[in-house]
Design a protein around this ligand. Structure first.
Ligand SMILES: O=C(O)C(=O)Cc1ccccc1
Length: 281
């Protein structure tokens, strides 16, 4: 049976490119066929896998310019059974698309908030007076163009071709080496891989030095942390959950020791997965 992959749609999104890249990896390495299942939002792509309507979801988690995709971290924390099976990084090159070729007539720019954020310097320099409007995805933005002759959208050259929308400018992202990391989310627990993602809550997170001990546990064992991020618990202002990504495998004794010790200092500790990553050129 083909593996079903939920992703943010409709057809032509960056998430679809990431899901296809993962599907091709499955075909090459595991002789598995795949089908793409576009969803109206990242939250619904994650719900589809949580409700077991699909095998996996492929969702963005971090961009090199704009940073974390909060909905992905928040959902991993809330739906504790969901696991990370693989990381996947793809280059992101944005274009400005419109049926109206004269920038002077443009009043509105539609796109996914991540794309608007990744092009904010270009927009400030080239279209300072326009209204920026969030769309559910970069390709949903293209659908909105049809109703608005004074609008443009930020999307990919691939989407421009699929939807037959002219490209006014290419490579408008604020840094040329813009890339986004996606996660493949499912229910399987890997016990081997190059990276581990976890998150913890502390009983009292708003007191001096509270993060020193948890971080020391890793430093003492020379375990490299690749990322640390805080998100609000949503219970009260100033209370946080800390997300950490580290280098190592759950099979290593020093990692097992560190996690056992970390458990003693935390109110809740969730391990999201031990996984390898794929980089797509
Ligand atoms: O809207 C899309 O195409 C997405 O997949 C979300 C997104 C937007 C910008 C960069 C990476 C992912």
């Amino acid at each position: 049976m083909a593996i079903s992959l939920a992703h943010l749609g409709p057809v032509g999104t960056y998430s679809e490119s990431a899901a296809s890249a993962y599907g091709e990896w499955l075909e090459t390495n595991q002789q598995q066929k795949f089908i793409l299942c576009p969803q109206p939002s990242i939250a619904l792509a994650l719900s589809a896998v949580a409700q077991k309507k699909v095998n996996y979801a492929v969702v963005p988690v971090e961009n090199s310019i704009e940073g974390t995709v909060n909905i992905t971290l928040d959902t991993l924390w809330q739906k504790k059974d969901l696991k990370i099976l693989r990381g996947l990084t793809i280059p992101i090159v944005h274009s400005l698309l419109s049926y109206n070729e004269d920038l002077a007539n443009i009043k509105t720019v539609y796109s996914h908030p991540q794309a608007l954020g990744q092009c904010q310097e270009w927009l400030a320099n080239n279209l300072p007076q326009v209204q920026l409007i969030a769309a559910n995805s970069t390709t949903e933005a293209l659908k909105l163009l049809k109703e608005d002759p004074t609008a443009c959208a930020i999307s990919s050259a691939r989407a421009a071709e699929i939807y037959h929308v002219p490209i006014l400018y290419s490579g408008i992202n604020d840094r040329p080496d813009n890339c986004t990391r996606f996660l493949v989310i499912g229910f399987e627990t890997n016990k081997f891989g190059s990276h581990i993602s976890l998150a913890f809550g502390l009983e009292k997170s708003n007191v001096p030095g509270v993060l020193v001990k948890p971080l020391q546990i890793f430093a003492e064992r020379e375990i490299n942390l690749c990322k640390i991020e805080s998100r609000p618990t949503k219970r009260s202002l100033g209370e946080y959950i800390f997300f950490i990504e580290l280098e190592g495998s759950l099979q290593e004794p020093k990692i097992q020791e560190a996690l056992a010790e970390l458990k003693q200092y935390t109110e809740v500790l969730s391990i999201f997965g031990n996984y390898d990553s794929i980089s797509v050129e």
